[in-house]
Write a protein that binds this ligand. Sequence first.
Ligand code: BMA
Length: 363
Amino acid sequence: MAFAVLISAAAVSCSNPADELREKLEKATASGTVYFGHQDDLMYGHSWNANDDGDHSFTRSDVYSSCGAYPYVLGLDLGGLELGDEKNLDGNIFSMMREAAVIQDERGGIVTLSWHLHNPLTGGDAWDNSSDKAVASILPGGERHEMFLGWLDRVCDFIISCKDASGKQIPFIFRPWHEHNGGWFWWGFKTCTPEEYNALWKMTYNYLVKEKGIDWMLWAISPGAGAGGDNFDSWMSRYPGDEYVDILGTDCYEHSTGDLEKDHEIFIKTMKRALGNLSVMAEKRGKILAVTEAGFESIPEPEWWTEVLGKAIEGFPISYVLCWRNANGLPGPHHYYAPWPGQCSEDNFKKFTENGKILVLKP
Ligand code: BMA
């Protein structure tokens, strides 16, 4: 009997793409290596845009142009999908995002999904924090609850539609309701109570996993560190519970004050503090650690990768670090977080990805 139980557990573990993804992430941390990630990497870069060009090859990438390999983790955002839009909030065509996700998976890489969704009560964007009733309105019994389930249905349809050639689901890292200890999103600490936030997460999880059967994703929670008084020490009051979370990450950026040395020092200190907190928690609770977003807009420091980011994450068992997008369009040509050919940190980035610790995806 015990033998039979063991066999069936092994069979289940092999057949669920989420287990394979978990193993991949744990392998990185066990060997002291870190997957490098970049938001929207295959969709557009500093001076090109696959959406506008109708280029379905997904061979272009600013990271590839800078170091000869693709990011191991591709970040994509679902913002706009909830309304049935054809493109996401940054101009990515959803059907092309699906193609990119499938190709990233085929290449052996990982895909993570974030969601800058509209405010369900006011109709504004994710940054519309004008009402403290938005979260309450979509919880069971709230006036927008049914409407919100329709939004979740669209997310489910997209996730389910992402399959490889053999019909296997793409195992996403799903990262909803991020930076919730900040006050800029409508689900942030200023506009909902800890109880409402936790109920929001559980409702989302239960709907996707229990109701819709989407059990092939890992769920990542990502408090922000550093920006505008981050309440980091108390972020745990907004944590739905161990059964709803697989990955503990942080979103942590360097900000420019005009004094680079000072900016680096603050960033390294902030990152280390956040990872110090999260690594203890991850170890205790058996969770995977990650830097879910990072970067320094415009990367004005030529040695930023090895001397700043590398030092900030050194010594922590993080599975991946994802740098934010290289905007092509709004909010402007300065909004980029990974190097591109000719960018001042390009050589240093190459060095960073060649030290054996930072893993990129060789084609
Ligand atoms: C922010 C900025 C915005 C973008 C949003 C969602 O950090 O990059 O321009 O719309 O992320 O990707």
